[in-house]
Write a protein that binds this ligand. Structure first.
Ligand SMILES: Nc1ncnc2c1ncn2[C@@H]1O[C@H](COP(=O)(O)OP(=O)(O)O)[C@@H](O)[C@H]1O
Ligand SMILES: [Mg+2]
Length: 250
């Protein structure tokens, strides 16, 4: 579904992502792991159009997408969440999901979107759909609360469902479990599988090894911008290079 071919990006003298080539198979959960500073988020930024790689190609469903703008990549069918939560904090939960359906809308002013009667009809249907999405992640009771009032774990769920609202084929999740308690993490496991059942492929950056090893079909390991290892959870766990990278010693 997604292939990166020697994707490279440099910041000054630092090669944050160094010739990373990987394949994301459809209808699977692929994880990207590695120590802090390995280049994982930067790699997501290269795929999602936040950064333009210095070299290399990003091929999504047989089409080159590197260098496109984030909203264009979203329209191609790739959605993402952010490591640092990036919601419209003053808007309510439901409105955040509606905004997710309209990737071009940067301002977050919903009233600008729905001016004519035809648009108002569309608005009602958008809000109905948004309600269904909230039910999907169990946030329906928070629909009218400001996004900022939610617990950290619920804000993560809202980011995920806002990403899903544009009906992507692939969703990139950047540390979805960060800040979640253990109960929420357990439920995230189930949610990821429910997302797969919708026909959405998942690429996830995650530090929680129990979650990663439990849900991943395949794992890539980044270290210092380089692809260090790849394989099934079992293969990666037993790879001495991976153990060294994580423990930082011999
Ligand atoms: N916009 C930027 N300008 C300069 N350096 C950056 C920028 N974004 C990321 N980096 C650097 O790139 C490296 C990889 O960062 P990041 O992708 O956030 O790592 P990870 O997500 O694996 O923890 C780090 O050394 C970070 O400081
Ligand atoms: Mg990161």
């Amino acid at each position: 579904m997604l292939t990166t071919d020697k994707v490279t990006i440099k910041f000054g003298g630092l090669t944050a992502v160094n010739a990373v080539s990987l394949h994301i198979a459809p209808n699977k959960i692929t994880s990207l792991i590695g120590p802090n500073g390995a280049g994982k988020t930067t790699f997501f930024n290269c795929i999602s159009g936040v950064y333009k790689p210095n070299s290399g190609r990003v091929i999504f469903n047989e089409k080159e997408i590197q260098g496109k703008k984030p909203y264009q990549i979203n329209e191609e069918g790739i959605s993402r969440t952010y490591q640092i939560i990036n919601l419209f904090r003053k808007m309510n939960v439901l409105e955040n999901v509606v905004v997710g359906m309209h990737p071009r809308l940067k301002s977050g002013y919903l009233s600008d979107m729905f001016r004519t009667p035809a648009q108002r009809k569309e608005e009602r249907s958008a809000f109905r759909k948004a309600h269904e999405w909230l039910e999907f992640v169990g946030l329906e009771e928070d629909a009218l609360n400001p996004a900022a009032s939610l617990s950290y774990g619920k804000q993560r769920l809202l980011e995920i469902v806002r990403g899903l609202a544009s009906d992507p084929k692939l969703i990139l999740l950047d540390e979805p479990a960060a800040g979640m308690n253990s109960k929420e993490k357990g439920e995230l496991d189930i949610l990821l599988k429910k997302i797969l059942d919708l026909g959405v492929t998942i690429l996830v950056i995650e530090h929680d090894m129990k979650l990663v090893m439990g849900v991943s079909d395949y794992i890539y390991v980044l270290s210092n911008g380089l692809l260090l290892a790849q394989g099934t959870p079992m293969e990666v766990q037993n790879n001495p290079d991976v153990i060294t990278a994580y423990l930082g010693g011999e």
